[in-house]
Design a protein around this ligand. Sequence first.
Ligand SMILES: Nc1ncnc2c1ncn2[C@@H]1O[C@H](COP(=O)(O)OP(=O)(O)OP(=O)(O)O)[C@@H](O)[C@H]1O
Length: 604
Amino acid sequence: MSKPPSLHWWLLRYLRPEWPMLSTGGAIMSARAMVLLLLPWPLKAIVDNVIFQHPLGHFLGAILPDPLTHRMLLLDTLGLTMLGLGALDALLVYAGSRLLLDTGQRIMFAIRFDLFAHLQRLSLAFHRRRRGGELTLRLSEDAKQLQDFISSLGVDLLPHIVTIIGMAVVMFWLDWRYALLTLAAVPPLVLITVFYSRRLRKAVRHLRQNDGVLSGLTQEILACVQVVQAFAREKHEDSRFTAHAGESLRAGLRANAIQSQFGSVMSLAISLATGIIAWYGAVRVIGGSLSAGELLVFLAYLRGFATPARQLAKTGRVFSRAIIALERIGECWIERPTVADAPGAIAPATPARRIAFQNAGFAYKPGREVLHNISFTLETGRTTALVGATGSGKTTIASLIPRFFDPTCGAILLDGTDIRTLPLAYLRQQVTLVLQEPVLFQATVWENIAYGKHGAGRDEAIAAAREAGVEDLINRLPEGFDTQVSERGQSLSGGQRQCVAIARAMLSDAPIVILDEPSSSLDSNTERQIMQALQTLTRQRAALTIAHRLATVMSADEILVLDQGRIVERGQHGNLLKSHGVYERLWNSLHDEPAPAPLRLVGP
Ligand SMILES: Nc1ncnc2c1ncn2[C@@H]1O[C@H](COP(=O)(O)OP(=O)(O)OP(=O)(O)O)[C@@H](O)[C@H]1O
């Protein structure tokens, strides 16, 4: 998987504002490394000066009690020093890690927010390609991996590098030959770390990909749980889940195996090195070239080496995960909206009045056109109806108006201006949608209505419902406008959801309205009320109605008959029936009995 170079700069953008916090945290953790260096020294003095009563050196002799005359006082002083160093270590660990962990958290929040904002603005074409659950995982888990990495850089890596360098310097100062032998243990440890980190990275990449697929599948199955239950397909979904989960489990087990192998090989290497170094140190103490206290310092440092080495192994693991997370987040980040504002686009001062398709064509996939040569005009106060067999392109035509997709040829003009040159926000403010299956949020009914207009409150939402004539229908809900709607509006009936959607469209003030077959499968009383509401909604607007049920569009000002992505007939209901073409066949296929009196969508 190729990694775009700009990703590192992208990450730096988040690190830069936190630089003061990161450097303060780093400085505190480096100070802690110094304390770790000092920790074995009181022990050395206890062995050499208190137990064996060697005289203190020149500098220490000036500040510490004499071991010959004040042996117990020296022991107490050294004991207290050890306690003091321990307390200082604890304090520095607390302050440093707290600062760095908090900073990591803030950085993760900023990354999550930007990524969320970016994903929201990506074109529908992108979202239709990706499963929602998989994107959620990138927002949650992958951003968390980056946070762990940033925190662990400061909390684990930096102080341990400082410790290793400091220990090496002190060891050389004590006995350079012995120091060389001790440090010879470091390169094999680094080689082991590099070897396993590579293998681990590969395994983690595989694991994350599988987790993404699993998360997407889970979200999809749970979102469609009604269909799953209706068709009694739970067992089938169990086995689909198990198949993907099994893949994920195998990838996880492989990563665990590498990780455990890494840990045990590292422990073995460290034990081996400790054994050799302790043996050689004891030989030098027996030979008189090293004191017992100095051997203690060496052994303590060697143990000290082991901790950073293990820590480096852990950091390697975190690093591997972070690289994969960066790749995965980067894949979303480099994705650009296919539909975007043209540079320098200026919004007209007046609301739209007229939208015209001029020989527009469209293909979801290159070379596979689903719309050909579409030309028609929508105007304020007029209703245009789209009819045609399923798959003939009605929804696709409607999606071109708010620029969910752009036509592949031809143009769409809004009051004479190509919509691609207008600001997207302006264009979308001109259009309101009432979908076949209205989408509602988990909020109260009035909040769902108020979603139609920035800053609208409860009173405005109720007024819009009153204006649309659906106030009574909503008031019949258990808590009226304050009824809580469950996720995607599942707790409301189809008719109730449509009432809310119509009131929302009414509130939006948009001059163009797109209705996607709004009165399907309702009882006749509700249907009558909803049709009246739509009549009110479309009265002052330019309306495009998509309908399979021809009765709902009989009174439209113009009916466009679509067949395989082409407008094959156009006109009013009566004339179209008389021409004995596709419209008449459509009509006959839907109605056995003669045509009923027209249901009016627009005012007389
Ligand atoms: N996201 C997509 N990717 C590829 N092809 C698509 C996509 N959406 C729709 N199509 C295809 O485009 C054609 C037109 O579909 P569209 O949804 O516009 O038809 P429709 O007339 O609205 O159908 P219906 O009445 O069933 O809603 C169909 O052949 C459909 O398979």
